[in-house]
Design a protein around this ligand. Structure first.
Ligand code: ZN
Ligand code: ZN
Length: 109
């Protein structure tokens, strides 16, 4: 019976008791990589381009990027409502249009 070793890398957590939680959270947010939301969005919306419907797998997933619907990269709601998974081609196309608002409200192809 070897048993399951779930925690391969134990991470020591040091939390100073005199530190307010809000401060700790702020530190975590600041140190988090900007790409942190990407994995989240891929997990929520799946490995598929929202525009052309192309599907991606583990090897090609790097071609899938996360687009912010409102254009604000700092607006990252945990439910993924501001994210859209777009392949790099569609993402490029999306931004080259310039006026994202037109695309959303215009409804023209
Ligand atoms: Zn696409
Ligand atoms: Zn974008």
């Amino acid at each position: 019976m070897a048993g399951r070793n779930r925690s391969r890398r134990p991470q020591p957590m040091k939390i100073a008791p005199d530190k307010p939680v809000s401060e700790i959270l702020a530190e975590l947010t600041n140190s988090a990589p900007a790409s942190g939301y990407r994995e989240r969005s891929l997990a929520i919306h799946g490995l598929i381009c929202a525009k052309c419907g192309r599907e991606f797998d583990g090897a090609s997933r790097r071609l899938l990027t996360v687009h912010h619907k409102d254009g604000n990269h700092n607006n990252n709601p945990p439910d993924g409502s501001n994210w859209e998974n777009l392949c790099i081609y569609c993402h490029d196309d999306e931004h080259s249009r310039g006026l994202l608002g037109d695309y959303i409200s215009g409804g023209r192809q």
